[in-house]
Ligand binder design. Structure first.
Ligand code: NAI
Length: 254
């Protein structure tokens, strides 16, 4: 068996689809893959940002609302690497949670990944190679109050990822989750604002007294630190890594 331990091993010339790739973690993943010679497609409902990101990376834009899951049922996706990353957050107590907001989160963050994996698998099986990377969260493995939709969708994504790993095993297809703690993105900035409102405290205190109490390393994670792992998981060097979940949380879960 040939074995190479390079982050970029076997990536040159491959194709990737990155959902929510127009900003934050998704953009960092798309950028890192593009630098490794991968042709990236940015799937995002922010048309303009998707096009700008695609132009910057020499890739393609796919303007799509991934919460419109019915439309995805007919999709066929020709790609070697699929990064399920698009996500949103809503914070409310269960007894006050808007049911439509709850369903939206589940469509975008659990049903859409299922439909995209479903659409990408036939091509991956045919070529005998596939890398599916699901951007889960620390909240895919443990809970926080007021995040019932997000926590349950991410826990579901963990299960979907493991089943995909089992079904892909005979076809050179791996499936893994990445579980970040708080990453410096627009989503987290929104969360800081929401939590400040919910607990009626200043935003600076949310970061210090809520987000960074448990992680051993007292800073937010950079999107590039998640992208680095996603790139390695996409490489041929990571061929035996499947059905796994990797925390990048500065020691939060230690
Ligand atoms: P972000 O808000 O910076 O980027 C999310 C992207 O998804 C945006 O470009 C947005 O346009 C796109 N998007 C949202 N709804 C969409 C829809 N219906 N259809 C198509 N695209 C849509 O967020 P961030 O922080 O980069 O999050 C990316 C993923 O990482 C999410 O799944 C999130 O749950 C996960 N994550 C984020 C953490 C953080 O601290 N930022 C921590 C752990 C996980």
């Amino acid at each position: 068996t040939q074995f190479a331990a390079s982050n970029n091993d076997g990536l040159q010339g491959r194709r990737a689809v990155v959902t929510g790739g127009a900003s934050g973690i998704g953009f960092a993943c798309a950028q890192a893959l593009a630098q490794a010679g991968v042709t990236v497609t940015i799937a995002d409902f922010n048309d303009q940002a998707a096009q700008e990101a695609a132009d910057a990376l020499g890739g393609k834009a796919w303007a799509v609302d991934l919460s419109d899951t019915q439309a995805l049922e007919q999709a066929s996706i020709d790609t070697d690497i699929l990064i399920n990353n698009a996500g949103i957050q809503r914070v409310a107590a269960i007894h006050e949670f808007d049911p439509e907001a709850w369903r939206l989160i589940h469509r975008l963050m659990l049903e859409a990944p299922f439909l995209l994996i479903r659409a990408a698998l036939p091509g991956m099986r045919e070529r005998g190679f596939g890398r599916i990377i699901n951007i889960s969260s620390v909240h895919g493995l443990r809970a926080s109050a007021f995040k019932s939709a997000y926590v349950s969708a991410k826990h579901g994504l963990e299960g979907l990822s493991k089943v995909t790993a089992l079904e892909g095993a005979d076809y050179g297809i791996t499936s893994n989750c990445i579980n970040p703690g708080y990453v410096r993105t627009a989503l987290v900035e929104q969360q800081i604002a929401d939590q400040a409102k919910l607990h009626q405290i200043p935003e600076s205190e949310v970061v210090e007294k809520i987000m960074l109490t448990e992680p051993a390393i007292k800073r937010l994670i950079e999107p590039e630190e998640v992208a680095s792992l996603a790139t390695w998981l996409s490489s041929t060097a990571a061929g035996m890594v499947t059905g796994a979940s990797y925390t990048i949380d500065g020691g939060w879960s230690a």
